[in-house]
Design a protein around this ligand. Structure first.
Ligand code: PEP
Ligand code: MG
Length: 779
C-alpha cells in the first residue's frame, strides 16, 4: 500500500494542472481499491457547498457542474463531522440525499473521508460500490492516509487560484479577505508586486504584458547570458571531463535553441505572457514529460531541464530587478519575503509587505517594524499567482489583507488611516518629554536598531538609548565578514548619533533563521543548534574582532558602551566570553586607543537562563530579556512557523511568570534589567513590564511614542494592581481581554491598534472556528 500511496502522491505532485491531479487521484484509488466509484468533492467556502470535482465511475461530464449544500447528504455529513463515514448501505441512511444526475442510487457501500487542512475540511474523498458491504479497515486507513497527504496539494491549488476553475473564480470577487498574522502595525493601501526568490520557478506568477517586444528582448538577453555561462563552464572542464560528459553541455545548448525550449517560450511571450511566466509554464511541461518516461536515465533528464530553467530565471530576474518599475505605493508580496528581497525596492516606494510564510517574529517582520511599514505574515491562502498588480489593503494591526477592495471599503480604511495619522501627530509632541508614570516612576525607553536608516527615525521618536543593536544586520548585507575597520565605522556612526546616550551592542547573533551567505550553517534543527554565542565562542577570531570594533567605536565618547551576549544557556559561556572581552580591551588599550571598560550583560532568551538569572546577574553588569526567543523556547513554538503562530503567545502566563522572575532576580543582585523583545513595544506589554519593575524597555522606534503615551497616563501602583490580577490568570486570551478591557475603561484605548469591526461571511476559517489563517469574502 505504501508504494501505491507514494506513487499517487508523486503523480499528483507532477500533474500538469490541479484538474489533472484530481483525475489521477480518482483513477488511482479506483484501481488500487478495486471500487466501482471514486469521487472528490471540494468545499466552496463562499457558497457553503461541496462541488463534485472529479470522478471515476460516476458521470465525469458533471464534474464542476453539480454541488451539494453543506448541510445535506452524506458528503455534507463527512464535512460536518470531519471524520470518515463508512456505510454498508448508504441509501438507507437518513442523510442520504438523492441527486438524480449523479446516478448514485445504484451504489450501496459508501466510504467518505474528509480532506482537512489547518483544522478545516476543504474536501471529501469518496469511494462507493454496488454490493452491500462495509469497507474494511485497511481500505479506510488507505483513504485516510491519502486524504491527509492530498490536503497540501488541494490547499496549494486554493492558494494559487487553480481551484477557481472548478469552484468558480471567487478570487475575482471584490473585498476578498485573507487572514494572516500582524507582522508590523499600520494600515496601507497599495498595489501588489509579487516577488519570488531566484531559486524558485514555482513561485513565479503569471503576468500579462502589453509590450511583448520588450519581454522578448529581455528573454533573448537572458538566453544569451546562459549560453555564455554554459560555454565557459564547458571550456573550463574540457581538459578534465571525458567527451561523453562534455556532450551534456552541448545538449544544454541545444535545449536553448529556438527549435526546443526557447521556441516554445518565445511563442508564449508573443501571446502576451511575460518572460518569467512563459519560462515557468514551458519548463514545467517539459519536466513532466521527462518524469513520465519509463527509462530511469531519461527521467533524470527532467532535472537538467529544471536546472536550465533556473539559470534562465535568475538572469531574467536580474534584468527585471534592474529595470523593474515599482509603483508609488508598492506592496511587496511573496511566498517568503526575505530581508534581501526588500532591498530591491526603492525605499520611498515600499509601503507594505505581505508574506505567505513567516510569522510575527520573523526577521523580515522585525525589519518592517523598524522601517515603520505595515506587514502581514503567514497569509497562506493568498492566491499568489493571481494578485500581481492588484489593489490591496494591508492591515498590519489585524494581520489581514483585503484583495480588490470596493470603494466603500477603501473609504472606511482611509478614515481609519486619517485617525491614525492624527494620533501620530499628537504623539510627536511627546518627543522631548521623559517617560514618567503618574506616580513618578521613571522608565527608560530605548530602541532596537540594525539599519543605519533607523538612527534618525529613532532619535525623532525620542529614543533615550539603544537597547539592542542587531549587529548581524550589517553582516547580512555583505558577501564576506566585515573587517574590524568597517565594523568600527558602522558602530561609531550610531554611537556618535546617540551620544551621550547608552548604546547596547549585541555580539553577532547568527544561526537559527539568520544566515550569512558566506558562512552557511546547515542543520536539522537550527533554532536548537549552532546559534548566537555558541557560534562566536567557537570562532574567537570573529568574536574578538567584533568586540575590538565596538570598543574602538566608543573611544573618546561619553556614551556608555554596553555589550550584550545572545543565547546564553550556561555560566561557562559568559565566563569564556568575559575573558575574550577582557583580552580585547587590554589589546586595544595597549595599541594606544584609550577606551573605557564596557558594561557587560546577557540576553535571557533560554529557559535555563531564567532559572539561573541570579547567578548570571551576579557575574554581569545588567540583564536584558530577549522575549521573542524566550517565548519561542519556553512554549516550544517556532517563532517563524505560521502553522503554530496561534500558539506563540508572549502573554502566556508561563512567559509572564518567567519575566517577573528575571526582573526580581536582577534587582536582588542590584543590577538593572531591561527587555528588548517585541512585547515591550506593545501598550499592554509596556504597562505590565513597568509594573514588574523593568528599568529599560527597548523596542522598535515605531512603537516608542505610543508606549510613552500610555505609561505617562498610568501609575505604577495602578499597573501593579493589574499585574497582580494578570498573574492569577491561566491563559493568554484571558490576560489580553482583561488588559484590553482595563485600558479601555481607563480611557487609554487610543493606544490600542485601530480596527474596523468586520462582519464576514463564513469561509474556511469558520468551519471549526479555529483555522489560524484563512480566506473569506467580506460582506
Ligand atoms: C529576542 O529574541 O527577543 C531578541 C531581542 O532578539 P532577536 O529577535 O534578534 O532574536
Ligand atoms: Mg533573540
Amino acid at each position: 500500500m505504501l508504494s501505491i500511496l507514494r506513487r499517487i502522491v508523486q503523480d499528483v505532485d507532477s500533474a500538469e494542472s490541479f484538474r489533472a491531479a484530481l483525475d489521477i487521484i480518482v483513477s488511482a484509488v479506483h484501481e488500487a481499491l478495486g471500487t466501482e466509484v471514486c469521487s472528490i468533492y471540494l468545499r466552496d467556502p463562499i457558497q457553503q457547498r461541496f462541488v463534485f470535482a472529479a470522478t471515476k465511475g460516476l458521470n465525469a461530464e458533471l464534474a464542476g457542474a453539480v454541488a451539494l449544500p453543506e448541510g445535506q447528504g452524506l458528503v455534507g455529513l463527512v464535512g460536518r463531522r470531519a471524520t470518515p463515514v463508512n456505510l454498508q448501505d448508504a441509501t438507507a441512511h437518513p442523510d442520504f440525499h438523492f441527486v438524480e444526475a449523479l446516478g448514485e442510487e445504484a451504489f450501496s457501500a459508501f466510504l467518505g473521508v474528509p480532506i482537512i487542512h489547518h483544522r478545516a475540511v476543504i474536501g471529501v474523498l469518496v469511494v462507493q460500490q454496488r454490493q452491500q458491504r462495509r469497507f474494511d479497515e485497511p481500505e479506510e486507513s488507505f483513504l485516510v492516509t491519502l486524504a491527509a497527504q492530498l490536503a497540501g496539494a488541494v490547499n496549494q491549488a486554493r492558494a494559487t487560484g487553480e481551484i477557481a476553475t472548478i469552484l468558480g473564480d471567487f478570487n475575482s470577487l471584490p473585498n476578498r479577505l485573507f487572514d494572516g498574522i500582524g507582522g508590523s502595525p499600520g494600515i496601507v493601501i497599495g498595489e501588489a508586486v509579487v516577488v519570488s526568490p531566484a531559486v524558485s520557478l514555482d513561485a513565479v506568477p503569471d503576468r500579462t504584458v502589453d509590450d511583448t517586444a520588450v519581454e522578448i528582448a529581455i528573454f533573448d538577453r537572458a538566453i544569451n547570458s546562459v549560453r555564455g555561462d554554459i560555454r565557459r563552464i564547458s571550456e573550463e572542464f574540457s581538459s578534465s571531463l571525458p567527451p561523453e560528459e562534455l556532450a551534456l553541455f552541448d545538449a544544454y545548448l541545444h535545449m536553448l535553441d529556438d527549435t526546443a525550449l526557447a521556441g516554445d517560450i518565445r511563442r508564449r511571450i508573443e501571446k502576451g505572457q511575460w518572460a518569467q511566466g512563459a519560462l515557468r509554464q514551458v519548463i514545467r511541461e517539459h519536466v513532466r514529460r521527462f518524469e513520465d518516461m519509463q527509462d530511469a536515465y531519461l527521467r533524470e533528464r527532467g532535472d537538467d531541464v529544471r536546472e536550465l530553467g533556473l539559470r534562465v530565471l535568475s538572469y531574467l530576474q536580474d534584468i527585471r530587478t534592474r529595470t523593474s518599475h515599482f509603483p508609488e505605493h508598492t506592496i511587496l508580496v511573496g511566498d517568503d519575503v526575505t530581508p534581501s528581497l526588500l532591498a530591491n525596492v526603492p525605499a520611498n516606494r515600499l509601503k507594505g509587505i505581505v508574506s505567505l510564510r513567516g510569522s510575527r517574529n520573523s526577521h523580515v517582520a522585525i525589519l518592517a517594524r523598524a522601517l515603520g511599514i505595515p506587514a502581514v505574515m503567514g497569509a497562506v491562502e493568498l492566491p499568489l499567482l493571481r494578485v500581481d498588480g492588484e489593489r490591496l489593503i494591508v492591515d498590519g494591526h489585524q494581520g489581514q489583507v483585503i484583495l480588490r477592495p470596493t470603494e466603500q471599503r477603501l473609504h472606511e480604511y482611509e478614515l481609519l488611516l486619517r485617525e491614525e495619522e492624527e494620533f501620530s501627530r499628537e504623539l510627536e509632541e511627546l518627543r522631548e518629554q521623559p517617560c514618567v508614570t503618574l506616580d513618578g516612576q521613571r522608565v527608560r525607553l530605548w530602541v532596537n536598531i540594525g539599519l543605519t536608516g533607523d538612527i534618525s527615525r529613532s532619535l525623532d521618536r525620542g529614543a533615550e538609548g539603544i537597547g539592542l543593536f542587531r549587529t548581524e544586520i550589517p553582516f547580512m548585507t555583505r558577501d564576506r565578514f566585515p573587517s574590524e575597520a568597517e565594523q568600527t565605522a558602522i558602530y561609531r556612526k550610531h554611537m556618535v548619533a546617540f551620544e551621550p546616550r547608552p548604546v547596547t551592542m549585541r555580539t553577532l547573533d547568527i544561526g537559527g533563521d539568520k544566515a550569512l551567505s558566506y558562512f552557511p550553517i546547515q542543520e536539522e534543527n537550527p533554532f536548537l543548534g549552532w546559534r548566537g554565542i555558541r557560534v562566536t565562542l567557537d570562532h574567537p577570531e570573529i568574536f574578538t574582532v567584533q568586540v575590538r570594533a565596538m570598543l574602538r567605536a566608543n573611544a573618546g565618547l561619553e556614551g556608555i558602551l554596553r555589550i550584550m551576549l545572545p543565547m546564553i544557556s550556561s555560566v561557562h559561556e559568559i565566563d569564556e566570553a568575559k575573558a575574550l572581552v577582557e583580552r580585547a580591551f587590554r589589546e586595544v588599550n595597549e595599541e594606544g586607543v584609550m577606551v573605557k571598560r564596557p558594561q557587560l550583560g546577557v540576553l535571557i532568551e533560554v529557559p535555563a537562563a531564567v532559572y539561573q538569572a541570579d547567578a548570571l546577574a551576579k557575574r554581569m553588569d545588567f540583564l536584558a530579556v530577549g522575549s521573542n526567543d524566550l517565548t519561542q523556547y519556553m512554549l516550544a513554538v517556532d517563532r517563524n512557523n505560521p502553522r503554530v503562530a496561534s500558539l506563540y503567545q508572549d502573554f502566556h502566563p508561563a512567559v509572564l511568570a518567567a519575566l517577573r522572575e528575571v526582573g526580581r532576580a536582577a534587582h536582588r543582585q542590584d543590577k538593572p534589567v531591561g527587555i528588548c523583545g517585541e512585547m515591550a513595544g506593545t501598550p499592554m506589554g509596556a504597562v505590565l513590564l513597568m509594573a514588574m519593575g523593568y528599568d529599560v524597555l527597548s523596542m522598535n522606534a515605531t512603537h516608542l511614542p505610543r508606549a510613552k503615551w500610555i505609561l505617562q497616563r498610568i501609575s505604577r501602583t495602578g499597573g501593579r494592581r493589574l499585574l497582580a490580577q494578570v498573574l492569577k490568570m491561566q491563559t493568554a486570551e484571558e490576560v489580553l481581554s482583561f488588559m484590553e478591557a482595563q485600558l479601555l475603561a481607563a480611557g487609554l484605548g487610543r493606544a490600542l491598534p485601530r480596527t474596523l469591526a468586520h462582519s464576514c461571511a463564513s469561509g474556511p476559517a469558520e468551519a471549526t472556528g479555529q483555522d489560524a489563517s484563512s480566506a473569506r469574502t467580506e460582506n
